[in-house]
Write a protein that binds this ligand. Structure first.
Ligand code: DSN
Length: 429
């Protein structure tokens, strides 16, 4: 118990050190990634991982949970205050389990749900055919228009025809704002539960640069590690009454959504919560409540818009023509390079992105026509609009000269030098 990681397991310690250097020496532009603070890292790497605490604060199936209860209560209270809801469950291990719990709480097996098609920017858990959501429920998928914009009239018609019990709204590759009021009217027209999956945009919602679904959606699910800049994890938020913890609610209805959600998470789907993760979520929520977080969220969007402008000047095609949030979906069709080759060339230049399908893509998901770019992580490093123009130039150079290995190596060196001005973590973190 006294040896350090480096002493006991130099292979793993070595790989972690290399990954730190990779993060430090490159430009991290995957829109769902971010860099957590040292306080968040410390909570996540703490002795809380040693403790079992199945149940909820005040009603556990294990002794010794006095301090874990304090931590989970703090995390729940901070989430409730920050988002303005009456109930928060902070135990889902990550986004997919959170969406699974939302389905488990709201639907009976075989009932109908609707969600945005994966290849149009949706998520696996919103009804994809081989995911639990497509196998245990009757899943209907909706798509964006060919221009990439969500077509609210078409969605209203499809919802009216299909009459789902649950409507998922949320995306992994949608560069525009969601109109929650319209979506609420659409879901209410057939008495469907509206589940807003704000995993990508939670930090923007808190920062006031994306409209909040609170008051419009019945249930809100979110991961905690994207724009919210916490550890990997998730939360489920809802308004309503919490009847006795873990016992069935007096009735299954909107009034008792908190009870339905808590029962779905535990004992419905999960065992012991990951207390180290809960503590790190609590710390991240404290950070997100600080005034500086609003500036951060606003800067993410300013940066995405500046990057979009520069890429458009270089002749890139952006799905929907630009962005209102933290991400850009680039259609590479006119650049004579596929998404996989672009991802690989950018990776070699120290710019980490991911290949992505575009609406109505003629290519396959493993080598689609697009790439997805995001600004949350580079904004956490303090980069501003002028930097985005420089990055846009480098992306253009890599895509144009992707077959020229020497050129890519030279750009790699330029990127390495460039990021030296934006230090990330102290060595040895
Ligand atoms: N993996 C997430 C993303 O990259 O958007 C979605 O789950």
């Amino acid at each position: 118990m006294t040896q350090s990681l480096a002493q006991f397991d130099p292979e793993i310690a070595g790989s972690i050190a290399c990954e730190l250097a990779r993060q430090q020496n490159g430009l991290e532009m995957i829109p769902s990634e971010n860099f957590v603070s040292l306080p968040v890292l410390q909570a996540l790497g703490s002795i809380l991982t040693n403790k079992y605490s199945e149940g909820y604060p005040g009603k556990r199936y294990y002794g010794g949970n006095e301090f874990v209860d304090q931590i989970e209560n703090l995390a729940r209270e901070r989430a409730k205050q920050l988002f303005g809801v009456s109930h928060a469950n902070v135990q889902p291990y990550s986004g997919s389990p959170a969406n699974q719990a939302a389905c488990f709480a709201l639907l009976e097996p075989g009932e109908k749900l609707m969600g945005l098609h994966l290849t149009y920017g949706g998520h696996l858990t919103h009804g994809w055919k081989i995911n639990f959501s497509g196998r245990y429920y009757q899943a209907v998928q909706y798509v964006t228009g060919k221009d990439g914009w969500l077509d609210y009239d078409a969605l209203a018609k499809q919802v009216s025809d299909e009459k789902p019990r649950l409507l998922f709204v949320g995306a992994t590759a949608y560069p525009r704002i969601f109109d929650w009021e319209k979506l609420s009217v659409i879901s209410k027209s057939v008495d469907a539960y509206l589940v807003a999956d704000i995993s990508h945009i939670a930090g923007l919602v808190i920062g006031g640069v994306h409209p909040s679904p609170i008051g419009f959606a019945d249930v809100i699910t979110t991961t905690t590690h994207k724009t919210l800049r916490g550890p990997r994890g998730a939360m489920i938020l809802a308004d309503g009454e919490l009847s006795e913890p873990m016992k069935p609610p007096p009735e299954k209805s909107r009034k008792y959504l908190p009870t339905m959600i808590d029962r779905a998470v535990f004992p419905g789907l999960q065992g012991g919560p990951h207390n180290h993760q809960t503590a790190a979520i609590a710390v991240a929520l404290k950070e997100a409540a600080e005034p500086a977080f609003k500036d951060y969220a606003a800067q993410i969007v300013k940066n995405a818009k500046a990057l979009a402008e520069r890429l458009l000047e270089h002749g890139f095609t952006l799905v929907t023509g630009g962005t209102d949030n933290h991400l850009l979906l680039v259609d590479l069709t006119n650049k004579r390079i596929g998404g996989a080759a672009a991802e690989s060339a950018l990776d070699r230049a120290g710019i980490t992105v991911n290949k992505n399908t575009i609406p109505n893509d003629s290519r396959k998901p493993y080598d689609p026509s697009g790439i997805r770019l995001g600004t949350p992580a580079i904004t956490s490093r303090g980069m501003k609009e002028d930097t985005m123009r420089w990055i846009g130039d480098k992306i253009n150079e890599v895509i144009t000269d992707h077959a020229d290995a020497e050129r890519i190596t030279r750009i790699r060196e330029e990127v390495r030098k460039f990021v030296e001005d934006y230090p990330l973590y102290p060595t040895g973190t």
